[in-house]
Design a protein around this ligand. Structure first.
Ligand SMILES: [Cu+2]
Length: 399
C-alpha cells in the first residue's frame, strides 16, 4: 500500500470514529472534553481588588495526536486561562515575562484607562525579559472579550498568546431572555507552523545578540549598536559570540499562510465538543483570536445570535451560519430542539483540514446527551465494525 493511500484510509477511519455517537457519548470522551476548554483563573482578593497572575513562557502544545508545536503561552496553556469577573470589579493583573522576548497585554474590547491598553511605545514600554508589569482597570463593559499580546502581534498571537475575558452581569440580559445552565467558550485561531518556527527562532537569536550587547553596555532600549571594527567582531567571535546567521532574517516575502486551524488550541480530532440535552439552551461564546475569517455553520438548527463584540443585541437574530472576523466575539444561544449528533464547523472547508488533509481544523460536534442507546450506532454499520473503527490508530498525519 502506498503511503498516500494509507493516509487517506487512516483519515477516513478517523473521521468516522471520532464523531461517532457511541464514542462522543462515552463517559471517557465526555470527561476528556472538559479538559478541552481553558481553565478559569482564580483571583486572589487584595481588599476589594481581584488580582490575577498571568505569566508567559514557552510551551509545547499538542494540536492533534502526533502534532506538537512550540508556542508562547499564558500560564502554560493555549489559550491562556479564562478570566471571569463581574461588571464593575476592580481588576489587577500582574504580568510576568518569563521569556527572552518582549511582550505586552492588550485587553480587547475593554474600556481600560489608556495607559493600560498594552500598545508598546504608545501607552507603555514593552515588558522586557524578566520584567513584570501590572495592569489595573475596572471590569467594563459587560460581555465576551479577550486579551492578547500586542508585541509582534502577528507572531505572538498565533504563537498562542490569547485568552478569553468574560465580564458577567448578575442581571444578565441574555440569561433573562434565554435561560441557560451551561455555557462553552470557543477560541479560534490559525497557525502557519513554518512561519512560527522560523520567526520564533529568529527572534530568540536576536535576543541572544541583544543580551551579549547589553552585557557589553552596547545596547539599550533606544540603541542597537554593533561592532566598530572588523577586528572587534573577530575578537567577539573568538570570545564565544555567535553572529545571527543561523536563521534567515530577510523580511517574509508573503504573509503567513496558516495550515493549522484550532479551537481552544487544538485541531480536530482534539477539538472540544458542545453537549446539550433536548429542551435545554446552551450559550456558546465565540472568540476569533486568529487571522482568518470563519463562517461557522451548525447543522440541523438555527441558533440565536445574542451578542456582537460582547454587546447584547436588542433583537437577537436567528441564523445557522455566523461570520466571525478576526478580533470579533459573538455569543450564540443554541436551543436543544433536534436530538442527534450535529457538526459545527467553518464552512470555508479549507479550515477543516490539518496541513491540507480533511478532516481536521475547526471541526467539532454538538452532541445530545439524551440520545437513546439504540441511536448510538452509525447507520448501516454493525457493532463489530464500529468497534474496529474505534481501535484504529487515531491519526496518521506525518508525510
Ligand atoms: Cu508577546
Amino acid at each position: 500500500m502506498k503511503r498516500r493511500q494509507f493516509m487517506t484510509y487512516g483519515m477516513a477511519a478517523l473521521s468516522a470514529s471520532a464523531l461517532s455517537p457511541g464514542i462522543l457519548l462515552a463517559e471517557s470522551t465526555r470527561k476528556a472534553n472538559q479538559g478541552r476548554f481553558a481553565s478559569v483563573l482564580e483571583p486572589r482578593m487584595d481588599g476589594d481588588v481581584k488580582e490575577f497572575l498571568l505569566y508567559v513562557d514557552f510551551h509545547e502544545q499538542e494540536l492533534a495526536p502526533g502534532m506538537r508545536i512550540h508556542t508562547l503561552a499564558f500560564n502554560g496553556q493555549v489559550p491562556g486561562p479564562e478570566l471571569r469577573v463581574n461588571i464593575g470589579d476592580k481588576v489587577r493583573v500582574r504580568f510576568e515575562n518569563r521569556t527572552e522576548l518582549n511582550h505586552t497585554i492588550h485587553w480587547h474590547g475593554m474600556y481600560v484607562p489608556w495607559r493600560m491598553d498594552g500598545v508598546p511605545y504608545v501607552t507603555q514600554m514593552p515588558v522586557m525579559p524578566g520584567q513584570t508589569f501590572t495592569y489595573e482597570f475596572e471590569a467594563k463593559p459587560y460581555g465576551t472579550h479577550f486579551y492578547h499580546c500586542h508585541w509582534g502581534t502577528l507572531l505572538h498571537m498565533q504563537a498562542g498568546m490569547y485568552g478569553s475575558l468574560i465580564v458577567e452581569d448578575p442581571d444578565d440580559p441574555v440569561r433573562k431572555r434565554f435561560p441557560y445552565q451551561r455555557e462553552f467558550t470557543l477560541v479560534y485561531s490559525a497557525h502557519d507552523v513554518n512561519f512560527l518556527r522560523a520567526e520564533l527562532n529568529t527572534m530568540l537569536e536576536r535576543m541572544k545578540e541583544r543580551r551579549y550587547l547589553m552585557a557589553k553596555g552596547r545596547f539599550d532600549s533606544e540603541r542597537f549598536a554593533l561592532f566598530d571594527t572588523k577586528e572587534d567582531l573577530q575578537k567577539a567571535i573568538e570570545g564565544g559570540y555567535q553572529p545571527p546567521y543561523v536563521t534567515n532574517r530577510r523580511t517574509m516575502a508573503e504573509l503567513p499562510r496558516p495550515n493549522w486551524f484550532t479551537v481552544n488550541g487544538a485541531s480536530y480530532p482534539s477539538t472540544p465538543n458542545l453537549y446539550i440535552k433536548s429542551g435545554e439552551n446552551i450559550r456558546v461564546r465565540l472568540v476569533n483570536a486568529g487571522t482568518e475569517e470563519h463562517y461557522l455553520h451548525l447543522h440541523g438548527h438555527d441558533f440565536h445570535l445574542v451578542c456582537n463584540d460582547g454587546i447584547p443585541l436588542e433583537q437577537p437574530q436567528s441564523m445557522n451560519t455566523v461570520r466571525l472576523s478576526p478580533g470579533k466575539t459573538n455569543d450564540i444561544i443554541i436551543e436543544g430542539t433536534n436530538r442527534g449528533i450535529w457538526t459545527f464547523h467553518d464552512h470555508d472547508t479549507r479550515r477543516v483540514t490539518n496541513n491540507g488533509l480533511y478532516p481536521g481544523g475547526n471541526l467539532l460536534a454538538l452532541v445530545y446527551e439524551d440520545l437513546p442507546p439504540e441511536e448510538r450506532m452509525v447507520k448501516g454499520m454493525g457493532h463489530d465494525q464500529m468497534k474496529k473503527m474505534s481501535m484504529l490508530p487515531k491519526v496518521a498525519l506525518d508525510e
